[in-house]
Design a protein around this ligand. Sequence first.
Ligand code: UD1
Ligand code: UDP
Length: 377
Amino acid sequence: MTTRTRILVIFGTRPEAIKLFPVIAALKADPRFECVTCVSAQHRDMLDQVLSIAGIVPDHDLDLMRPGQTLDGLTAALLTGLGGVMDAVKPDRVMVQGDTATAMAGALAAYYRKLPVDHVEAGLRSGNIHHPWPEEVNRKIIGSLASLHFAPTETAAGALLRENVDPARVHVTGNTVIDALHWVTDRIAEQPLLVAGLGELEARFAGKRVIGVTSHRRENFGGGLEAIARAVARIAQRPDVAVIFPVHPNPNVRAVMDAALAGLPNVALIAPLDYPHFARLLGLAEIMLTDSGGVQEEAPALGKPVLVMRETTERPEGVAAGTARLVGTDEGRIVTEIFTLLDDKAAYEAMARAHNPFGDGQASARIVEHVANEAGQ
Ligand code: UD1
Ligand code: UDP
C-alpha cells in the first residue's frame, strides 16, 4: 500500500484563504493525502472571517500580524516561522497560493529544504515589477522554484512557458476563486440568514443604485488613495447613488478613507465583510470599483461591470472579455467612467455580461488530481 502524501498548505491573508479553502476541502476528503494546514496570520481578523465560514481550524498558526507591518519585517518573520513549521511537520510537499509575502516566503523556505512546491494561481504577470507591488516579484520568485504550476487560464500558462518553465509542469485548472464563489452562493441559497447583516444598509439605500468599492493596493498608498477617495466623494454626490465600501483595515487605507468619506450621506464606510456578505454586495452592486485582484475575477463571473483602479493588470482576461476596464487612479477619469456606466445604458449593457474566463468551479478537483499523479498516488 502506498503511504499517504503529507502536504503542508500554507496561507496567511484573506484572498489566499478564500482561494485555498476549496482545495483544502478536496485534499482533506481524499484518502491519498494527509493535509496539514499552516496559517502565518499575516492577516488576523480578515483571515479568521474566512476560516470561520469555511470551517477550517489550522493545525499551525504563527499569529504574525502586527499593526502597520513592514514588508521586510514581515518577510523575515515569515521565513523563519514557516521554516520552523516545515521542520516540525516534515511534509512531502508544500502548497502555496498567489503572490503574497506568505506565499513567497513559504515557497522559499520549502526550496531551502528541497521540498517540492505546488503553486496555485501560477503565471499571473503584469510585466511591471512596480504594479502590483510587491506581488509581481513574489509571483516570479515562486514561479522560479515551483514544482507544479497551476495556471488559472491559458494566458497565465503562456506567461510561464515564455519564462522557459517546463510545459509538463504547467497545468491549466481554472481559478479556485470560482469554486469558492459557487460554494458560498450555494450556502447563501440554503441559509439566507448568512447575509442578513447587510439588511440595514439595504433598507437605508433602497431605490438607490449601489456601487461597491474596495481599495488596498500598496502601490496606491498616498496620492493614489487620496485621488480614489476624492473620486468616490464626487460620485456619491449624485442623489441616485449609494456607495458601499468595506474598508481594508491597513492604517494607510483606513485613515485616508475616513478623512475624505466618513459621514457622507450616500456612503457607507464599513468594516471588511465576511465572504457571504461580500458575495451579497457583489449581487447588489450595479458596478464594482476596485483595485483588488480577486474582485476582478468574481465580478465578471457574476456579470457585474468592474472598473479596475490600476495602471496595468495581471488579469487581462476580464478586460479582453469587456467586463473589466482599467481606469487607473486619476480622480476625473474614475468619475467619468462611473458616470458613463450609470447614464449610458448601451455602455453598461456592453460590460454587464456574465463571463467566466477564470474557471468553471472545478479547479480544486483538477489540482488535487495533478498533485496526486505527481506524488505517485
Ligand atoms: C496583503 C498582501 C497583498 C494582498 C492583500 C489582500 C503582501 C505583501 N501583501 O496586503 O498581496 O492583495 O494582503 O488583502 O503580502 N490588517 C489588520 N487586520 C487584518 C489584516 C490587515 O488590521 O486582518 C492591517 C494591519 O495593520 C497590517 C496591515 O493591515 O499590518 C497590512 O497587512 P499586510 O498583510 O502586510 O498587507 P496588505 O496590504 O493587507
Ligand atoms: N472580500 C471579502 N470581504 C470584503 C472585501 C473582499 O470577503 O470586505 C473578498 C473578495 O470577495 C475576494 C477577496 O476578498 O475574494 C479579495 O481580497 P483582497 O481584495 O483583500 O485581495 P486581492 O485579491 O487584491 O489580493
